[in-house]
Ligand binder design. Structure first.
Ligand SMILES: Nc1nc2c(c(=O)[nH]1)N[C@H]1C(S)=C(S)[C@@H](COP(=O)(O)O)O[C@H]1N2
Ligand SMILES: [Mo]
Length: 168
């Protein structure tokens, strides 16, 4: 019994020690094929142009005011091609986003490009004026989607990958 109690008491102490060792400023990795990896911290993101969106109540999500930065701005910051540079094989380039629970979603680079699809997709870091807590610190919000399945929570990594298949 004493051994059992000691075991139970020791566990929380161990996990507190482990938590203090993790970084306090969460970072986001942006990996663009052929470019050096970019790690974005909170300060870099807040220096980028602010975007806002108001989304109505859909699915389980309440009506919400979001603030953050546009995904397109993040991709350009990390060196992804855009505008006139985005052509040919670039039409099969995908943007794959991964979360802490390994949920993943993809967009095409062309659907996000301001000269092509110009679809508004944001990386939100505040929800109704507060930092996104358990679903954050970063969540993708696609105000134009009819169902929030691509509103991936707890984003950790954004990858820009060419998905061209070899010719037969
Ligand atoms: N990280 C992560 N984000 C996620 C999901 C998930 O499983 N993991 N589910 C998605 C789906 S399918 C929906 S409908 C919305 C809302 O999910 P909820 O209904 O569980 O809040 O979040 C999306 N974002
Ligand atoms: Mo869903």
């Amino acid at each position: 019994m004493t051994a059992l109690l000691t075991g139970c008491l020791a566990l929380p102490v161990f996990s507190v020690t482990a938590q203090t060792a993790t970084p306090t400023s969460p970072t986001l990795r942006v990996l663009v094929d052929g470019k050096p990896p970019v790690v974005l911290d909170h300060n870099t993101l807040t220096a980028m142009p602010l975007t806002r969106a108001d989304t109505p109540a859909i699915h389980h999500e309440p009506a919400t005011h979001w603030q953050g930065v546009s995904l397109e701005d993040i991709l350009q910051h990390a060196g992804a091609p855009s505008g006139e540079q985005l052509r040919g094989h670039g039409m099969t380039t995908i943007v794959r986003i991964t979360a802490t629970d390994h949920y993943q979603v993809v967009f095409s680079l062309a659907e996000l490009d301001p000269m092509l699809g110009n679809e508004q997709v944001m990386l939100a870091d505040t929800q109704d004026g507060h930092p996104i807590a358990k679903d954050g610190p970063y969540r993708i919000v696609v105000p134009g989607d009819k169902r929030p399945a691509r509103w991936i929570r707890n984003v950790t990594t954004i990858e820009v990958i060419n998905s061209t298949t070899p010719s037969p």
